[in-house]
Design a protein. Structure first.
Length: 552
């Protein structure tokens, strides 16, 4: 650059100061400086690179007059030059296209760069970036030019820091509102899909980025599972597992990770996929719940973006809010599933109980009805809602079952199964019921519930009565046979004697009497024959209340 006097230095300084004071956005400050400096200082190109604290490297902030291929080279300058810059010293070089120490000398020669003045950008005695002034003709920078450029770079540092500060303040105000809005949205629902979709849509929009993804850790395998994404293609999402990426590994330890240039950063895999998707920078923050990491949120930018502390803090805050909301939604989902399972189990049990033929009911320890099957409800002639919760003893009013005989009371008192039979007079006659009660114990070993099964044993009682009648009949039949056998022997002897005596008597009157005796003995013989052959009998009314037996 041609020598300029102090007046021209002052005019240039004033113009630069005026330019950078007109804007507060530090990106606009940098763009303004690199665009205006070539014309003011008689150079061909200018670049500003900012220090990325996360990697301790200088990332491109703004450039003018140079190709993207040259700007994207791996090494900015030699290690010696970068060491001096990091120490706060300017470095001026000529014939850089001939310097064999450059790793990317071919790119430098192709770009036609001959001379470079590299200046540290300082703020409060700390290096926050570098300003490089380049020419395509050999140029020896004088000490005055270097001193002026250093003062200019320091002014640039103040302008960038001021712009950053104002930008941070604006971001913090905006982010506070976004935190409130997103927090309200994610906490307004317990549907986990709604929570996840809200996060991946709102978070990148708030940060001016392209896309966002959420991956949650599977407890069974400790692998990350993609659960939500926005602004990204399906092809990119199917690129492969991401657990091997160092940015993911660091984020899983609980620390946020920002990557300025994904194409060159070793902490990123799948560089080709990211380039194809148009991703330039990313921020990975952990999803935490009560200090434990449950997943990862990644914010993806389609332009090179140096994430500021306020942006990182905003993303971390949203991640913390989101972690709690996700956990609440997952808990609600589990509770809902559990309730559904309980309801299904209740329906299953109810179906089984309703298929049980005897009446069945369940009573709690306070003697309230808590469950009854359909058979019991039908017997009572009531709906379920009419009976559930009623006092147990009110169910048996009018029945022949006192509290002392109640099997439920016996179970509650002793903790052992009990049973009782009682009768109930209905329109169609007397019915007998057998009630059997069994205990259900709680964790403390106390009776919590009593299950009672009620069976109508009227038919059983009738069968028992019929059986008793048959036993009585059999006894009568056997007794009649025995009596007949005992009577037959003297009867036949008396009949034979009477018949012999009839032949010897001469008196007609005596013969008539003896013939009457013989007839009666024969009648008795016929009766004993019937008694021996008897299979049954039936009683019938005779005179008054007297009944006689008719043999069959």
């Amino acid at each position: 650059m041609a020598p300029i006097n102090e007046l021209k230095y002052l005019k240039v300084f004033q113009k630069v100061t005026k330019l950078i004071s007109m804007v507060l956005d530090h990106q606009q400050v940098m763009d303004t400086i690199v665009r205006e400096l070539p014309g003011l200082l008689d150079i061909d190109a200018a670049t500003i690179r900012l220090l990325d604290p996360s990697t301790n490297t200088f990332v491109l902030g703004a450039a003018h007059g140079l190709s993207m291929e040259y700007l994207s080279r791996s090494h900015i300058d030699t290690e010696e030059t970068m060491a001096m810059i990091n120490s706060g010293y300017p470095v001026a070089k000529t014939d850089v296209d001939q310097d064999t120490h450059f790793s990317d000398q071919g790119l430098v020669s192709q770009e036609g760069v001959k001379s470079v003045l590299t200046l540290p950008i300082l703020f409060q005695d700390s290096v926050i970036g570098i300003l490089r002034l380049l020419t395509r003709s050999n140029r020896i920078f004088t000490s005055e030019e270097i001193s002026f450029s250093m003062a200019l770079a320091e002014q640039v540092g103040i302008a960038i820091s001021t712009g950053r500060m104002f930008k941070e303040m604006e971001n913090q105000i905006d982010f506070m509102k976004e935190v409130q809005d997103i927090s309200a949205l994610v906490n307004s629902t317990l549907d986990i899909d709604s929570v996840l979709n809200t996060i991946v849509e709102r978070l990148p929009r708030s940060m001016g980025c392209k896309a966002c993804t959420i991956r949650l850790l599977r407890p069974q395998t400790n692998q990350l599972e993609l659960v939500a994404a926005h602004g990204i293609s399906e092809e990119y999402l199917r690129r492969g597992q991401v657990e091997g990426e160092r940015n993911i590994a660091v984020a899983l330890t609980g620390e946020p990770v920002s990557v300025y240039d994904v194409s060159r950063d070793e902490r990123v895999l799948y560089k080709d996929d990211m380039e194809k998707e148009g991703i330039k920078s990313l921020l990975a923050v952990p999803l935490k719940v009560k200090g434990g990491v449950i997943g990862i949120i990644r914010i993806l930018s389609d332009s090179h973006h140096c994430f500021t502390s306020s942006e990182i803090n905003f993303a971390v805050t949203i991640a913390e809010i989101s972690g709690t909301a996700i956990q609440n939604a997952k808990t609600y989902q589990k509770i809902t599933l559990l309730f559904n399972q309980v309801e299904e189990s209740e329906r299953f049990v109810a179906n089984i109980l309703n298929c049980i033929h005897p009446q069945l009911l369940v009573v709690d320890k306070d003697r309230h009805l808590v469950l009854a099957n359909r058979v019991f409800l039908a017997a009572m002639g009531k709906e379920e809602k009419e009976l559930l919760g009623v006092d147990y003893h009110t169910l048996w009013q009018g029945h022949d079952c006192t509290a002392e005989n109640c099997p439920v009371e016996q179970v509650l008192a002793t903790g052992q199964a009990a049973s009782h039979e009682h009768q109930l007079v209905k329109d169609d006659g007397t019915h007998w019921y057998e009630r059997t009660a069994s205990p259900m114990f709680g964790d403390a070993g106390q009776v919590e519930y009593v299950i009672e099964v009620i069976r109508d044993i009227t038919a059983k009682r009738q069968l028992e009565q019929e059986h008793l009648e048959r036993v009585k009949l059999q006894g009568v039949v056997e007794l009649a046979g025995t009596v007949a056998h005992e009577i037959n022997s003297p009867l036949f002897a008396a009949l034979g004697t009477a018949q012999l005596l009839e032949e010897e008597l001469e008196s007609e009157e005596l013969v008539k009497d003896l013939q009457a005796i013989i007839r009666n003995l024969k009648n008795i013989g016929e009766l004993t024959r019937k008694m021996i052959a008897m299979t049954g009998f039936e009683s019938r009314d005779y005179v008054g209340k007297t009944k006689i037996v008719e043999l069959r």
